[in-house]
Design a protein around this ligand. Structure first.
Ligand code: HEM
Length: 393
């Protein structure tokens, strides 16, 4: 809980910190990587540093956390913390590293605010930082303890690599040693860590895209990002028989296997967690009511189309709707609507849980439409690929 001494100070300085936090996080990362370049080897994403996404995500999370503490001093913003903790554990973040981040973050605050960074202000914001850090460490400890092994990464061998949709590829891995395998939940992701040509290792998180129940396989479907570093390596350099490092599965947006009706609304490569959820429902012989909504630019872009259609075919209580920006030449049986996803006229099952995955503008639009149609906001869950910029916005 934020102390009564710090609360008014945080409240009074929230606007100035809120305004400067973008610059502060930039200075923080620059200072930390200059002093600790090893953190860019297999931990932080160089691409997210270059495009500023990680700076924005960190700034957004600190602002959201501090605002929450001021408004509700007795509670913590669980969903903000949960997402970060799952990302952190997939990367092997350890408790002692929180001091390193503290040192460079507060050096950046002192540099940026100058005289405005009084002892009182620094003490109050340090309290915010450590409340956040302690809460994260606690959740992360619990997540590590749930795993079937105590490794951050273990070796996995590529057993097949198949094209699946425009610029998309499905990679199947089997364990390459006898490390115990944690059973994943549908919707979860793993980190993959690969060595790049310049000697640096980089990791990315990819959703598992096939059945995750009763299997020791890990299956990832990725879209080639020409400007990225890891997907070009996977698509072009990784060959069947190669061994890569995969983390245990993490991610808090998961499908509970025996709840009520669900609506899954996805766009583009956001279909991967939903493909996994559908496959897992098939493998458990589920008769749950499922409404699958998917949007693509054109039919040929749709990664995992065949897998998803086959799953829909096998599930007894599922309905699927498809939207294409351009329906020219589309397979007739798909009955695709032209344009962006639009929920008007679609009957959403009562009390359904709704899962969204796709670009932020898509998720914002569909979430608003769902709320207007009567879905409770607490029943809507979203998964963002890459750093979560919803809060930052
Ligand atoms: C990712 C916050 C401490 C390493 C993130 C993200 C946030 C965040 C918001 C983005 C999550 C997303 O994907 O949406 C925080 C906060 C911290 C903290 C508030 C302290 C209170 C640490 C520490 C380390 C660390 C101690 C280790 C040195 C990372 C890494 C990523 C990450 C490597 C992924 C970055 C990327 O892929 O670009 N963190 N973090 N964080 N964090 Fe932290």
């Amino acid at each position: 809980m934020l102390s009564e001494t710090s609360r008014p100070v945080v409240q009074a300085t929230l606007p100035v910190i809120g305004e400067r936090i973008g610059e502060i996080t930039k200075k923080f990362y620059a200072g930390m990587f200059a002093a600790r370049p090893e953190l860019l080897d297999g931990m932080f994403s160089r691409a997210n540093q270059k495009n500023g996404a990680q700076q924005q995500a960190l700034a957004g999370s600190i602002a959201a956390f501090a605002s929450h503490l001021v408004e509700h001093p007795d509670s913590l913003p669980e969903s903000v913390l949960s997402r970060i903790a799952h990302k952190h554990t997939s990367l092997g973040i350890q408790p002692d590293q929180y001091q390193i981040v503290f040192d460079y973050l507060f050096a950046a605050i002192a540099e940026d605010l100058g005289d405005a960074a009084t002892d009182e202000v620094v003490a109050a914001w340090s309290e915010v930082y450590w409340l956040m850090a302690d809460a994260l460490v606690k959740i992360e400890k619990g997540l590590y303890a749930e795993q079937a092994n105590d490794r951050i990464y273990s070796p996995w061998k590529l057993t097949s690599k198949q094209s699946s949709g425009l610029d998309c590829m499905t990679f199947r891995f089997e364990p390459a040693d006898d490390t115990a395998v944690t059973v994943a939940k549908p919707g979860q992701f793993v980190s993959i860590r690969v060595p790049l040509a310049d000697g640096l290792r980089q990791c990315r998180q990819y959703s598992l895209s096939d059945n995750v129940e009763s299997t020791t396989e890990r299956v990832l479907t990725t879209k080639l990002d020409e400007g990225g570093e890891v997907s070009p390596f996977m698509h072009r350099n990784l060959e069947v028989g190669d061994v890569v490092e995969l983390s245990n599965p993490y991610g808090d947006i998961t499908l509970d296997m025996d709840g009520g009706p669900i609506v899954i609304a996805t766009a583009g490569i956001g279909c991967t967690p939903s493909a996994s959820a559908l496959q897992s429902l098939v493998s458990t012989g589920s008769d749950r009511q499922v409404l699958v909504l998917h949007a693509e630019a054109v039919e040929s872009n749709w990664a995992l189309k065949d897998q998803m259609l086959a799953a829909v075919e096998q599930l007894p209580n599922v309905e699927m709707r498809l939207w294409l920006e351009d329906t020219t030449g589309t397979t007739e049986s798909l009955q695709a609507a032209e344009g962006f996803m639009n929920l008007s006229g679609i009957e959403l099952p009562e009390d359904a849980r709704m899962y969204l995955c796709g670009p932020l503008p898509f998720m914002r639009a569909v979430r608003s439409q769902a709320i207007a149609a009567g879905v409770a906001p607490t029943n809507i869950h979203y998964e963002v690929f890459g750093p979560d910029l919803w809060l930052a916005a």
